[in-house]
Design a protein around this ligand. Sequence first.
Ligand SMILES: [Fe+2]
Ligand SMILES: [Fe+2]
Length: 388
Amino acid sequence: MNFGCPETSLQQMHDLLQVVDTALKEISSRQYAGGELYVDALQKVLGNRKRRGPDSIFIVFEIPGKDAVKGRVFFMNGDGFVEHSGSITMLESSAYAINLINGDIELSNWCDSCESIAHYQGKFHPAVKKVLARPISNFVSKKISGEPRGAIIAFNYPDEATTYDADVLNSLSVVIGSVVTLSTEMHETESAFNYTIEALARSCEAADEETGNHIVRVNRYSELLAKAIGMGGQFVRAIASSAQMHDVGKVHIPSFIIRKEGSLTDEEMTIMKQHPHFGAKIIGDAPRLSMAREIALSHHENWDGSGYPGAVKREDIPLSGRIVKVADIYDALRSKRSYKPALSHEQVLAIFRSGDDRVCPTEHFDPALLRAFFKIEHKMAGIYADLG
Ligand SMILES: [Fe+2]
Ligand SMILES: [Fe+2]
């Protein structure tokens, strides 16, 4: 028996941890299909030359839909791991597939059950033999639980397949299965979270005059502006879903003030200026909503400190708030309001260049964002055209 030596098992454990570590780092930004992680792990962990020979072959089976079991085939090529151009499809009801899917873990060497390797080939499905094209001398197979169900099989270990090899395949499938389950659950929670904050933003918007797609467009403009100034993926994703919460606090402002035609009295303006605080209070202190909270609180601050509610200046205004301010004002100018008609993109460009009686671009906007705006203004117009 060729048991794994301590050096090999340590190396394999290290390789497996590396696959898991990489997967976990990316888990919040992508959802793993089971197959791709199993392939990564097989390549890294079982591609180790000490336990693989030139005839080593791996198959990852999945049951993606009804009835069919589909297999992707990989073989060793020098130090590398190459996917075979052919794949395997067989019926889930075939005896071979039933054994695979129900058998949990199986370890088999030809000499334990047959008189010859040639005789041993009779154990395998014709579709498997056809794609492998090499005699099979041993294998370890492991059922994959979870979604999608399936199995992984490693064929043709050097000399014999051992209990050590079975343990490695078993650990691999348990660990990768957990990552896939975690990824699926995280993305379900993420969808529920996104649905909830959109529902909150929409329900508060109903109290406002800004109906329709205003909040969706502000999300999109903010995302574009954040990308245009070179912000990283995490910031861009956060602002693309947090910007829509900027005015949730308006739900506490009497509707006669929100819908008033013409300018507000000083007293009405004082009430209106409380909506950033109300918004921050509604959003609360959850770390996951910290950007939404800072946007709600800071989207009416001005670069020169003349805004509200904190009269904060320049970089003391959170970047997210400075971005949403540009996005929100662009959209407000493009849209019809009780106190003004809708303006064309060109009219808004003129205001962003030279200002008007309400907007003073150089005093109100972060200059870097104003420059970014002029670089991508055609894309902003495109969003309004698509979602207006
Ligand atoms: Fe606001
Ligand atoms: Fe708004």
